[in-house]
Design a protein around this ligand. Structure first.
Ligand SMILES: [Mg+2]
Length: 245
C-alpha cells in the first residue's frame, strides 16, 4: 500500500519525460522517407512539373522545325507517367519488399495516378502533332491493364505504341531502335521517327552513345532531349556505393 504514491510519482515522471517525444511525429525509416518525398512533398511535385514544362518546350521547338518529318516522344511508364507510390507505401507498411506477384496484383488494380505534369505534356505533344511511344519494362502480360490505367488518367490514345518487355533480352535500347527505324512492334510500321524527347526516371530510360540516336548519349543531352525525373523510392542508385559525377 505504501508503495502506491511512489508508483504514481514514477508514472508521472515517465509521462512527463515522454511528452516532448509524443508531440513529435515519428521519423520515417529511410525507405519510407523516399516514398513520403514523392507522395507528400511540394518539392517533388514542382520538380516533376518543371521537368515536364522543359520537355514541353523542347517538343515545341521540334514541332516548329519538323516540317513534314514525323516525330515522336518516348516515355517510360513507372514513376515517369504513372505514380506507383501507393504500392510502395503498402509494401512498406507491412515491412515487405517488392516482389513480382504483389507487383502484378498492383498493376491489375489499375489504380496508379499520374505523375505531376505528365498529362499536360502529353496533351501538348498531341496538339503539336507528335506520336507517343511508351517504353516500359512491364511485361507483355500487363499490357492490357497498363493501357487501361493510362486511359483512366487520360493519357492513352489509340495511335500510341505500348512497348512492353517481351523477354529479359528485349532491352529498351532495342525498342528505341524500332521507334527510330520504323521496323518492329514498337514502331509506326514503315515510318522512321525523329525522337523529340525522352522522359524517364532511371538512366536506362535514355539512349547511350552506342545507340547513335541524334542529340542523345552524352550528359549534355539532359535538359535538351533527355528529361530525368527524380525517383527516391527505388532504382539502381540504392545499391550503388560509388558517387558518380
Ligand atoms: Mg520508371
Amino acid at each position: 500500500m505504501s508503495s502506491q504514491p511512489l508508483v504514481r510519482r514514477a508514472v508521472l515522471i515517465l509521462a512527463l519525460a515522454a511528452a516532448p517525444l509524443a508531440a513529435q511525429p515519428p521519423t520515417p525509416a529511410p525507405q519510407e522517407l523516399g516514398i513520403k518525398y514523392m507522395r507528400d512533398s511540394e518539392e517533388y511535385a514542382a520538380l516533376a512539373r518543371q521537368v515536364y514544362r522543359m520537355a514541353g518546350d523542347a517538343v515545341t521547338r521540334t514541332a516548329a522545325t519538323a516540317g513534314r518529318q514525323r516525330w515522336a516522344v518516348v516515355l517510360d511508364i513507372d514513376e515517369t507517367a504513372l505514380d506507383n507510390s501507393t504500392y510502395q507505401l503498402e509494401r512498406a507498411a507491412y515491412h515487405v519488399p517488392f516482389d513480382a506477384q504483389s507487383w502484378d496484383a498492383w498493376v491489375s488494380r489499375r489504380e496508379a495516378g499520374a505523375v505531376p505534369g505528365v498529362a499536360d505534356f502529353i496533351a501538348l505533344v498531341r496538339r503539336a502533332g507528335g506520336h507517343v511511344a511508351w517504353i516500359t519494362n512491364r511485361d507483355a502480360a500487363a499490357a492490357e491493364a497498363t493501357r487501361a490505367n493510362l486511359q483512366s488518367v487520360k493519357m492513352w490514345a489509340d495511335d500510341d505504341r505500348l512497348c512492353a518487355q517481351t523477354s529479359p533480352e528485349h532491352s529498351k535500347a532495342m525498342r528505341r531502335a524500332e521507334v527510330v527505324s520504323g521496323k518492329g512492334d514498337c514502331s509506326w510500321s514503315g515510318v522512321a521517327m525523329r525522337i523529340a524527347v525522352f522522359v524517364g526516371d532511371q538512366m536506362g530510360d535514355f539512349p547511350d552513345a552506342t545507340e547513335h540516336i541524334p542529340g542523345t548519349g552524352t550528359d549534355d543531352a539532359f535538359g535538351r532531349t533527355c528529361f530525368l525525373l527524380p525517383d527516391s523510392m527505388y532504382g539502381g542508385w540504392i545499391a550503388r556505393v560509388t558517387r558518380v559525377r
